[in-house]
Ligand binder design. Sequence first.
Ligand code: GRF
Length: 190
Amino acid sequence: MKLGVMCSGNGSNFENIVRTCNKDEVVLMIHNKRDCGAARRAQKLGITHAWMDHKDEVSMIKAFQAFNVDLIIMAGWMRIVTKTLIEAFPDRIINIHPSLLPKYKGLMAIERAFENRDPVTGVTVHYVTEELDSGAIIDQGKVLIHPDDTIDTLTRRIHLMEYSILPEAIEHVKYKLSSRTHRHLLSHSV
Ligand code: GRF
């Protein structure tokens, strides 16, 4: 299975994916901010990476196809993707979001949970659909909000949960995709 990753920022989830996946599994990382942490991490880790304009999804599709990518992971991609990309990789794009969806879709999810004094928030991995943060949920992890938390301490624990949940969700989706391919091959054999 070949994985492609999309990032806009720091890239700590991207680095964690590279470190927890099989060697050579992550074949391409696309970023839409020229000088971002994700690009520097890709350089350090020896992962092929490319800056691309987020509006040019056709070029992104061509790049992922050129690398035979089976599954795309949006790991901190801060843009809404359109039908163009989604239809090129049906059921093959997943996203990580720092809240217990369907609560707090969109930006500032950690801050909103914190400011509302919710006792618990968390992390969701879900399939990407045209509607923002609304596709089928693959996995969720809860994170308690402590009375003495600050945004920083809470964000840190959210990230730790992400580093645990996202690699597991990737394994789950990979398994589903490979068993689907296996069934397809079986049904087409004698
Ligand atoms: C994560 O909190 C993720 O849930 C959100 O963007 C953040 C990316 O962090 N979508 P990093 O770039 O992986 O450090």
